[in-house]
Design a protein around this ligand. Structure first.
Ligand SMILES: C[S@@+](CC[C@H](N)C(=O)[O-])C[C@H]1O[C@@H](n2cnc3c(N)ncnc32)[C@H](O)[C@@H]1O
Length: 232
């Protein structure tokens, strides 16, 4: 959609106005140094004030369980937004000394997320890298050559048309090892059919499971996180 001023919804989404409001809500309502309090404040904002594009408590809780089972030491995220998932998953993997690296293309998101991560007391665990994943990953790896073949988990949650090319980039850079977990959000809504198809076409290489999301009181599956594990 393009407005009369020529600004498209994608170039100036409502979320640009909402991001600083989330940071303010966290600053005033969440207990400093308490990641759970930060998560609760952002969940509250999303359910009582305005919907925002975060993983949320239902799908987030399902991913928490996967992380507790696999205990990733190095985890990447593609798409940070306001840092909700970075705080949520960073707080979990900190328990076993894990490190969480979140790639985010939007400068305002990077600024807001860094404030929120700091408020949650997770600056030692969560690093936010400014840049589109496809252009930021190579310079990043030059400073972290030990990551090749060592990334234990990846959370893909940026723009849906980038899921396949960025997954192919992850594969071509040999970042994963047998047992690495790749989680992709929103594969049903807004939907990433090419990504589902791409991962399905590699069923000899990856195990596959859909973590389905049904809103409370409904039997309809409205979204899912696709979980693939690189086989031995
Ligand atoms: C759905 S939001 C992420 C939500 C976040 N993971 C959470 O659950 O709290 C998608 C984010 O991906 C970012 N993004 C889009 N293209 C990107 C790219 N190529 N690399 C990194 N981030 C990107 C957007 O700016 C946006 O902030």
């Amino acid at each position: 959609m393009t407005t009369r001023s020529g600004i498209s919804a994608r170039s100036y989404p409502l979320s640009n106005a909402l991001k600083p409001m989330v940071a303010t809500a966290v600053e005033y309502s969440a207990t400093k140094g308490d990641a759970q309090s930060v998560i609760d404040t952002i969940d509250d904002f999303a359910s009582h004030y305005h919907r925002i594009m975060i993983i949320g408590d239902d799908k987030g809780g399902k991913i928490d369980k996967v992380l507790k089972e696999h205990k990733p030491k190095i985890m990447y995220e593609l798409g940070c937004f306001v840092g909700y998932s970075a705080v949520r998953f960073g707080a979990i993997i900190r328990e076993w000394g894990g490190k969480f690296y979140s790639f985010e293309v939007d400068e305002q998101s990077v600024e807001v997320s860094r404030k929120i991560v700091e408020h949650a007391g997770l600056s030692d665990t969560v690093e936010i890298i400014h840049g589109g994943f496809d252009s930021a990953i190579k310079p990043f790896l030059e400073n972290h050559p030990d990551h090749t073949g060592k990334v234990d988990a990846v959370f893909i949650d940026h723009w849906k048309d980038l899921y396949v090319p960025d997954m192919q980039l992850i594969e071509s850079l040999n970042l994963l090892h047998p047992g690495s977990v790749v989680l992709a959000d929103n594969v049903i809504r807004p939907g990433a059919p090419e990504y589902i198809e791409y991962m399905d076409s590699q069923s000899d290489k990856y195990t596959s499971e859909m973590l389905e999301y049904k809103p409370a009181g409904s039997s309809e599956v409205v979204d899912a996180v696709l979980v693939n594990i690189l086989k031995q």
